[in-house]
Design a protein around this ligand. Structure first.
Ligand SMILES: *[C@@H]1O[C@H](CO)[C@@H](O)[C@H](O)[C@H]1NC(C)=O
Ligand SMILES: *[C@@H]1O[C@H](CO)[C@@H](O)[C@H](O)[C@H]1NC(C)=O
Ligand SMILES: *[C@@H]1O[C@H](CO)[C@@H](O)[C@H](O)[C@H]1NC(C)=O
Length: 670
């Protein structure tokens, strides 16, 4: 064997191998089925040759059948087409065997009616024998075929007892078919049979109609139906059952019972209701925007079913009522979801958020309820919502007018804040008139022009005289030592109740720690330009060294360094906040038996050169600072000091910021 031959054999082997590969492993696909075609005998339209045996496999796409029509047939006629023939087969079953022509007495001519295959395939076999007496005369046949859609739906029911193709509705489609179901039923996963449809319906229209399957006919056995009515929040659903209502109930010792058949009405946050019996429940107002219905029937007994109409109503918000120092428009007897109102406050008042329910109605102190969820140890959120009222004294809300919308949760809302009741509250720390810039250098300060310090109060307690700050329409803030001159709380007629800080204990006038008290008036003050409240310190308000504060009062004024007397004219003086160390140093060298103790509940103010100070008689009055937005706030209460305006000595003030919680608590609880 030489190298060349070896190569030939290898090539042959590879070709053989490829052939095997193609034939064994990858059967050649049938050519794409045609939708129509033509077939004819060999050599047609010339006469066909003898000894022919030819077979055609015709196919059209799945879902179609073949319609075969012979356009011409001329094959040697013989009884039973014994010699020459064209045979049409389907699945080895002979659909027809033809020979002869239209006029021959022998043979069988297919005529011009099409031959239909039961499916998409058809086999044709042509054969001729070796002898033909009319040789050169018979030309054979020509036939045309086309795919036609099978109407699967009109096919007779299969005899194997598997039932009709579709249990309810059959829809013929081109090349296939689809099953469908009557109203109230749905197609099962076999895509053939239907079951009563009673699951998964969500009714989200504002009104609608629900009924038991098959109603008004009795309900089929073994049902477990779910219906959900879910409309947008802000609406509530009412169910109106029709009179014809019957769900089987069982008489037990405790009376009729919905044991085996029932309709359950599930409303969130309420106990579910099970309905049965022969009496219509009539109208059920659910007060909820979501209602679930569960209809259960076991496989015995009979329930004639139920039907209901549901409708929806807008939720109502509480009537805002009268707004003191303001008004609500429009004024209606009922307010519904998405209604809106305007609240306008009188001049000098601004709108506040009010939560009477949680913070108590004290006539002034209103707080925004803060919703806070409390995490449990497992870090899961409890459904408990705690309301906190420890906000700053008050929070400004909008301007003098605001519009509120009735929301789905029945609250009046604007800017996403809950309003339980709007109220107009006085504006604090903003006198209608400003003190002109002054550069007074003289002890005792200047006379205050009208309306510049409208929060100043004059307090006469027995023989004692002092000052105070109006901080609310019934509350005056002052020093404890003004109202407890000698260990006894004095309660003058005009004052309703005095709340002295419980830790104030100053029998010898040497301990001014907690020198703070609140006076509640019998009647609320009506604010006006001459009487307006001062703000309490907010979180952002700070006591910065050097910051200029203002002390006011009707105290003793030093005139010409000679005489001192009480004044009925309101005076004021500007003095800076002094750092605590300097305050402390200023007390050094003083006999301790005569010197009050300095605590962190105090601060001092004044100028090192002296000359400007608060004095006896100013006690209880305010030391005010201004926040960035020029709002006056109660920084200090005139508490104690040495001879007024002396060089190197400062005035001492109760640090109000340390007492905001105490003040709010007293006002809230009284
Ligand atoms: C409940 O439906 C009935 C008719 O089925 C109707 O006459 C009646 O007014 C409806 N009730 C309400 C409150 O809508
Ligand atoms: C408040 O209402 C008054 C009277 O309707 C109106 O003149 C004023 O512009 C309103 N103010 C605001 C801030 O909307
Ligand atoms: C405090 O200051 C911060 C930052 O300037 C501000 O966002 C906040 O509203 C202020 N709070 C109050 C109560 O004024």
């Amino acid at each position: 064997m030489d190298i060349f031959n070896l190569r030939i054999s290898w090539t042959a082997f590879i070709i053989w191998f490829l052939h095997v590969l193609v034939c064994e492993c990858v059967p050649l696909p049938d050519s794409d089925p045609q939708m129509y075609g033509e077939i004819h005998s060999p050599q047609y339209p010339l006469p066909y040759p003898p000894n022919q045996q030819k077979q055609w496999e015709i196919s059209v796409p799945e879902g179609f059948q073949i319609s075969l029509t012979f356009t011409h047939l001329d094959i040697e006629a013989s009884a039973g087409c014994y010699y020459d023939s064209i045979t049409v087969l389907y699945d080895e079953k002979v659909l027809g065997k033809f020979c002869g022509n239209e006029n021959s007495a022998d043979g069988r001519h297919p005529g011009h009616q099409p031959i239909l295959s039961p499916s998409s395939r058809l086999t044709l076999i042509f054969q001729s024998d070796d002898y033909n007496p009319d040789r050169n005369q018979n030309v054979g046949f020509s036939a045309q075929y086309q795919a036609i859609d099978i109407d699967e739906c009109s096919a007779p029911e299969p005899e194997d007892g598997s039932g009709p193709l579709c249990s309810q509705i059959c829809l013929n489609t081109l090349g296939s078919y689809l099953c469908a179901c009557h109203h109230g039923y749905e197609l099962r996963s076999d895509e053939r049979t239907c079951i009563l449809s009673c699951v998964g319906g969500v009714f989200d229209e504002l009104e609608g109609h629900l009924m038991s399957p098959g109603y008004p006919n009795p309900s089929p056995d073994a049902l477990s139906c779910q219906y959900i009515i879910s409309v947008e929040s802000g609406f509530t659903v009412s169910l109106n059952f029709s009179d014809k209502f019957h769900i089987e109930s069982v008489d037990t010792e405790e009376g009729p019972n919905c044991l085996y058949h029932w309709l359950e009405v599930i409303i969130p946050d309420r106990n579910p209701m099970k309905l049965c019996g022969g009496t219509s429940p009539g109208l059920i107002n659910t007060n909820s925007n979501i209602v679930k219905l569960g209809y259960n029937i076991d496989n015995q007994g009979q329930s004639n079913g139920w039907s209901l109409e549901y409708s929806t109503h807008r939720v109502t918000c509480p009537v805002p009522g009268e707004v003191a120092k303001g008004r609500v428009t429009p004024s209606l007897t009922e307010y519904f979801y998405r209604d809106y109102i305007f609240v306008r406050c009188d001049e000098g008042y601004k709108l506040m958020m009010v939560s009477l329910k949680w913070c108590g109605d004290n006539g002034f102190l209103y707080h925004v309820p803060k919703q806070r969820r409390v995490a449990s140890p497992s870090n899961q959120y409890l459904s408990v919502v705690q309301y906190h009222c420890n906000e700053p004294f008050y929070s400004p809300y909008g301007g003098n007018n605001v519009s509120l919308t009735c929301e789905a949760d029945r609250q009046w809302r604007s800017n996403h804040d809950v309003i339980l009741r709007p109220a107009c509250l006085p504006v604090c720390g903003r006198p209608t008139k400003q003190i002109e810039n002054d550069f007074q250098r003289i002890i005792g300060g200047n006379d205050a022009a009208e309306h510049t310090i409208p929060w100043q109060a004059l307090i006469n307690v027995g023989s004692n005289r002092g000052g105070g700050m109006i901080i609310a329409d019934r509350w005056i803030l002052t020093a404890a030592h003004v109202v407890v001159p000698n260990g006894q709380v004095q309660t003058p007629e005009a004052l309703s109740v005095i709340h002295v800080h419980s830790e104030y204990n100053n029998p010898k006038n040497l301990n001014f720690d907690h020198d703070i008290a609140l006076i509640k008036l019998k009647d609320p003050i009506t604010f006006q330009a001459a009487i307006m409240p001062l703000c309490l310190p907010s979180d952002n308000d700070t006591y910065d060294t050097g910051m200029m504060g203002m002390v006011s009062g009707f105290g003793i004024t030093d005139k010409g360094n000679q005489r001192r007397f009480l004044t009925n004219k309101l005076k004021y003086v500007h003095v800076p906040v002094v750092e605590q160390e300097k305050c402390s140093n200023s007390l050094k060298g003083m006999p301790s038996s005569q010197t009050p103790r300095l605590t962190n509940n105090m601060f001092c103010a004044g100028t090192p050169e002296g000359g400007k100070d608060s004095c006896k008689g100013d006690s209880g009055s305010g030391f005010t600072l201004q926040s960035e937005n020029r709002r006056f706030w109660a920084a200090g209460i005139v508490s104690w000091g040495f001879r007024c305006g002396q060089k190197g000595k400062y005035g001492f003030y109760t640090k109000v910021a340390n007492y905001v919680d105490w003040i709010n608590k007293i006002m809230r609880e009284n």
